[in-house]
Structures are given as structure tokens and as C-alpha cells.
Design a protein around this ligand. Sequence first.
Ligand SMILES: [Zn+2]
Length: 300
Amino acid sequence: MRVERQERGPRARGRRGGGGAVLGLLVAAALVLSGVTGYVVGAATSAPSAAAAATPTPAATIVTPQPVTPTPTPTATDAGTNVPLDPDMAVDTETLAEGQAGRSDVNLASDDVQVLNWVETDDPVFFITIDDGLKQSPAVRDFVAANQIPVTAFLTEFAVRNHTEYFQEVTAYGGSIQNHSMVHGAFTDPETDVQWEICETQDRFEVQFGTRPWMLRPPYGAGPNDPQVLQYAQECGINRIVLWNVLVTDQNQVEYWDPPLRAGDIVLFHFGDGLEVGLEKILELGRQQGLTPASLEDYI
Ligand SMILES: [Zn+2]
């Protein structure tokens, strides 16, 4: 059975980044202000020589970074960080995947390709997926280990080819390494060699990580129901095309189709700076709803 879905990923991705730019500007402005203030204070109190004035190096008085670099703590009740996705992305009543235990025997014996954004289940669980692999933060690895988080990592081959051990460690708690293409080409772009993006990744990951992926997340969530994409996926051993319905942005804002976090939700992160903060936040949001992260691999 093939489940036809409209594309929703690109719009979700399109919302990323704006908050970071604003924050960056605020930080930059604050740094300038604190620098100016510091310099004025330094000049008034120490009567610097002409040379010192030309190169204002009273660094000790300039740097007071506390007020301008707020560490985003995971406060789940902070309404400002819970930004809903576009209204037209509201969850409807479609069932996309029936929760089922024992993925490997069931799914690997079947060459059906299903496209899903979340899992239909009554279990009090949600799913953590992390994409790309551009950064390999020890803090993330340690947080995942300390909390035994099952991570399904959708990796882009070019980003991870020299980091086998890191991603094996991050996915060692009930997770797995899955296909997010070779070089992150959009499958809807006529310039993209979709077959190569899907099938070459399958072959290389099987060698690099010792297991052949059975899930695919198209870059940008683009083209999951394209007949060509489905055909190449099926031919190369993919039987689940996994999108998402909750996005945690690189600024650790949580964007929902339909808040709050619900059973069966698939949460998308990216391997980037501060990811461990976002993970801590989603665990807390889950706790507030009575949910814990589970292995997506056990449900689809
Ligand atoms: Zn990606």
C-alpha cells in the first residue's frame, strides 16, 4: 500500500532561521553598546595614553557578556518558544502509520513504501529524529547517553563520512542511522540525480555503518510522494519515507502542527550547536504530557 501525502516539509523548513537573525542582531547591538560603555568607563577611570586610546584594549571592562548572551533554558511554559506551524498544516484525521512492534521482521520482509508524518499509536510515546550531521557535538552525545534517548538519525552522507563512531554512539540507545541522501539535493529539483541520492547513500551507509537503511527522509521534505522517488526508494531497500509533524528549530523553538506534544508525534531536530538544549526541552515538554521518547524503529 502506498500512502499518498501532500508535501508539508518545505513549508516547515521555510520558517527556520528568522529568530536567529534577530537574536544575532540584538546580540551584536548589545555587544557594541557594552563595548562603547566599557571604553568610556575605561578612558574616564584610567586616563589612557594616546596609544591606548587609539586601540581601546580595556578588554576587561568591555566584556560583560552575561546580559547579552542569555542561555536558552528549556522552559516548556514559555509561550514565546512554542510557535505553531502554518494553520494550513493543522493535523487532520488521516492515519499515516499504524503503531506496531517488531519493525525489522515486519518491514524488511515487505517492499511496500509508506510515507508518514507521525505514528498512530495510543502508547504514551513520541519520536526523536535528528537530521544532516553537519556538527558532531560531544555535549549532544553525552546528553543522549545520559538520558538513553533513542535517536533516529537521518544523515547526509557527505557530512558524516568521516564520523562513523560518533553517529553510532548517538544512535546506540534504540535508534538507527537512516538515509537523508548523499549531498542534500532536493528531490523536486530537476538537476538532482534522485536515484544516486537515494541508492548511493544506501550502499555507502551499509559499508560505513554496517546496516542498510530502511527509512528515507527526503532533504527539505521535498517530493516524498513523487512516483520516481517512491520507485527508487523501493528498488534500493527503503520502505518508510519519514517526514515529521513537530519541528525544533536551530534556535530551539518548538513548532507544532497541533500543540501540545502528542502521542505518536515525530520531532525533527538538526545536528547543530545547542542541540542538547533542545533535546532537554523536548524531554520536559514530553514529561508535561506524560510522554517519553521511544524507538521509531519499533513502531513503523
Ligand atoms: Zn536535511
